[in-house]
Design a protein around this ligand. Structure first.
Ligand code: PLP
Ligand code: ZN
Length: 231
């Protein structure tokens, strides 16, 4: 169950269905997911959330994936808050905490947005996902794809260090190494994805991908820390 209603253009405000779309037809502005917060507030309470498993999907009402069977979970999130005394002193803060997202399964916060993007690809019936990346996003996408049982193709710069690409290989993704700048690789990835009908998490599934990042935005985290919730 989700309270996601539609996509809305961030520039001109036109609404679109929750479809595979990244830009507005009228003004080429970026589109974002809109929720029915009023309806969500009635059933989506702290007491209810506390009863649920410690997974990103305990917040499923405010994430844009409809059915539980498509909600891929490779255990992103619930990373620790670390008290940083020395750094706090530097800023004159007594209680400075940093959220340690390096403890995510592939070692970066990318595991959060990828969880949502790959779930959306599964919901839409895609058999292949991927991304354009210099390493971090490639590792996260290949891990989520492995969990979801989808094929994964990642586009990376050919000069990438081995250390940056080994995690991706471990999860069994295909690597497409391209001589070029990151911008050029992004453009090629986009063209290939359109031709092959692949869902690329940071390109053609991007409005849904960013919904996974919002958990780290301060407003969202603060509202839950008030209830001893750490996402
Ligand atoms: C993280 C990210 C990338 C790629 O990051 P890498 O560190 O190069 O893997 C690309 N696009 C978006 C939108 C991202 O969030
Ligand atoms: Zn618009």
């Amino acid at each position: 169950m989700t309270f996601a209603k539609n996509l809305r253009c961030k520039e001109c405000g036109i609404d679109y269905p929750l479809e595979k779309r990244t830009a507005c037809d009228e003004c080429f502005g970026a589109v974002g997911v809109i929720y029915d917060y009023k309806a969500a507030c009635k059933t989506f309470t702290a007491a209810e959330i506390n009863k649920r498993e410690k997974s990103i999907w305990r917040y499923r009402e405010l994430l844009p994936v409809h059915e539980i069977k498509n909600q891929v979970d490779f255990h992103a999130g619930f990373t620790p808050l670390r008290k940083c005394k020395g750094l706090g002193k530097l800023f004159g803060l007594k209680n400075l905490y940093l959220k340690d997202d390096t403890t995510n399964p592939t070692g970066s916060f990318k595991d959060r947005p990828v969880t949502i993007a790959v779930s959306k690809a599964l919901e839409w019936g895609y058999s292949t996902v991927g991304c354009a990346s210099t390493g971090n996003l490639a590792g996260a996408t290949s891990a989520a794809a492995a969990k979801a049982g989808l094929d994964c193709n990642v586009f990376v710069p050919s000069q990438l260090d081995d250390g940056k690409i080994i995690p991706t290989l471990v999860y069994g993704a295909n690597i497409i190494a391209i001589d070029g700048t990151y911008d050029q690789i992004n453009r090629i990835a986009n063209l290939v994805a359109e031709k092959k009908d692949w869902a690329l998490v940071n390109i053609n599934v991007r409005p849904y991908y960013v919904e996974g990042s919002k958990q780290l935005h301060s407003r969202f985290v603060n509202s839950w820390i008030g209830n001893s919730q750490i996402i």
